[in-house]
Design a protein around this ligand. Sequence first.
Ligand SMILES: Nc1ncnc2c1ncn2[C@@H]1O[C@H](COP(=O)(O)OP(=O)(O)OP(=O)(O)O)[C@@H](O)[C@H]1O
Length: 249
Amino acid sequence: MSVEFATCTYQYRRGPVVLDRLSFAFPPGRTVLLGPNGAGKTTLLALAASTLKPRSGTVSFAGLNPGVRSQLRAYRKRVGWMPQHITAVPGMTCREQVAYAGWLKGMSRRDAWHTSKEALGRVGLGKKADQSASSLSGGQLRRVGVAQTLVHSSRLVLMDEPTAGLDPAQRATFRKVVEQLAESADVVVSTHQTEDLTEVYDHVVVLSDGVIRFNGTVKEFYAEAPSDTASGRLAEGAYAAVLGGGEAW
Ligand SMILES: Nc1ncnc2c1ncn2[C@@H]1O[C@H](COP(=O)(O)OP(=O)(O)OP(=O)(O)O)[C@@H](O)[C@H]1O
């Protein structure tokens, strides 16, 4: 099972056509979505999260189409979305913020409150549960963002540039979170940094100018690198090759 786009077109009101009749399915498992700035990664993920609606074509996951009114709620319950910028809700504790996200996804208050503690524990913030969300560091706030996707037991978790601005230690923690998440959900993580492509992922998708340039396993992706590429630079070499030798960012 995976999220599928069928001849999807998306254009911002006063902006470019970002996706033009795109037909594509994210593979199941752990996928990293690579692409330069402006490639359309956020747009693609926001369509998958149903926060944007395609101008034409359909998005579907688990047999549900978010464009059909009666299926939207069930769709959103299954799909967790972590946007690029997580903001602390003023006056809420971490636990309240996570529980609130669950309630917004249709959980009862009681269930959302109950599972919020566990979700925070899974991202290593159990001890901060009763602390004001506004008092957290940027990296900790992102972990709250991850907990918000865990609270309603998503089957698919979409994360938009979750590692931007994280230090190396926080990146390492994030990789563990992805590994844990993948035990119960498919995960798609977008980034424009090839160093985020680690052994944690099974698949690579490269998007550029709204077009899927590559969709395959990590091994297949590395094979795109020129044969004289040093082993430590395979991701970088493959990315440049897939983008046609253009700038990697
Ligand atoms: N709200 C908007 N209104 C108009 N144009 C937009 C809007 N949001 C994005 N765009 C344009 O759509 C295109 C795709 O943007 P998108 O944010 O999806 O790319 P991205 O790959 O996520 O980029 P980045 O890595 O920089 O976040 C870009 O040309 C961008 O300028």
